[in-house]
Write a protein that binds this ligand. Sequence first.
Ligand code: 5AD
Ligand code: SF4
Length: 441
Amino acid sequence: MGKKYFIKTFGCQMNFNDSERIRGILRTLGYEPTDNWEEADLILLNTCTIREKPDQKVLSHIGEYRKVKEKNPNALIAVSGCLAQRAGWELVQKAPAIDLMFSSFNMHQLPELINQAQAGYKAIAILDAPPEDEDALWEFPTERDNPYCAYVTVIKGCDKNCTYCVVPRTRGRERSRSLESILDEVKKLVDEGVREMHLLGQNVTAWGKDFENPLPFSELLYQVSKIEGVERIRFTTGHPRDLTDDIIEAIADIPQVCNALHLPFQAGSNRILELMDRKYTKEFYLERINRLKEAVPDIALSTDIIVGFPSETDEDFEHTLDVVREVEFEQIFSFKYSPRPGTPAADMGGQIPDEVKTERMGRLLELQKAIMSRLAKRYEGTVQEVLVEEEKQEGLLIGRTTTNKWSTFRGGRELLGKVVRVKVANASPFNLECEFMEVVR
Ligand code: 5AD
Ligand code: SF4
């Protein structure tokens, strides 16, 4: 019987894509996936440190997973990702059941780490910067669940150094993937039947700046759109400072680029933005958004917001609410500020009590709820194009509009992977109930 692996992923889309890469590597080693950790020969936790204290959570998972060794003494427990990067040996001391550990810089060493661990050694590989041969990793196969929409990592790391953020410490400096390597992967994906390419990076809009002959991100959008068979292109996450006019024009210009953009603004108060070192003002952000809305009138916007950054007053927070009111995001992802060890903001005075963060968060979510209901109503009666992704229940299909709205409608499996036209009968913030009209492509 073949060996099985069980993987649990925490955190962001980048981490999710890393897991897909790890799964690709495990496949080449003869491992099959399983949803039941009790029957796994390898249990892997791909961890995240961005917003919470992951240590306890991961330790308690390991406390449970280590029982796997009672039945199968050869089973291995692995920890990867940002917590592995940060905690290293310390974590192994706390949880000796861990057999191997690697950070995102060492993913390509997984085969040798498994060998070492099987020989009875603790196999730990944690570089504090990307290795020289990092690019070789792109050649590993990636294993994906969704056959029609794929994440394609195009840049790793972040050079921005926002004062609250741990990412530059765990993921390193910006390294763009070469245009050739990206286009190769996209072509391969098209051949496999993928229709939507979701370009990923901690700071995707900075792609190409670090090349010897720099290229603008908008050029990447044009190049990907020219590949026959690419139906849709999405990208996350951008920084407002890097959302240059050429990118806005590319979104408007290229039919394949979806009418949706995730653009974190984090806070509305200029004083807080300065403390965050975001390098823009509320006015600058709103100007970019207005420019976008002019160029792409039906664009759906989403954002990230941090509530309760050190020294944030009620008055500061009003500016955050102000931006939310003015922009009308289809979706917001809001987080209570969480001090990350080693970041400048963690040592700032004026840390905000949790009750105050909770109260502000409540106000923010209430405002957003009203906006979302209002925006959803605008969909009712409209005709939308949906890329059909999955059969949710028998005869019930689900997919997304170009504005990233989940839509359900009745139809048969032969529609999977097709772009179809539907009419919206009933709209709520998280789902459009639709009626099937026709196949478009
Ligand atoms: N506390 C709270 N939220 C954070 N984020 C990043 N770091 C922190 C932190 N220390 C949020 C930001 C970012 C998103 C991915 O996570 O809003 O855009
Ligand atoms: Fe978490 Fe950030 Fe690391 Fe992603 S990059 S896994 S969000 S800490």
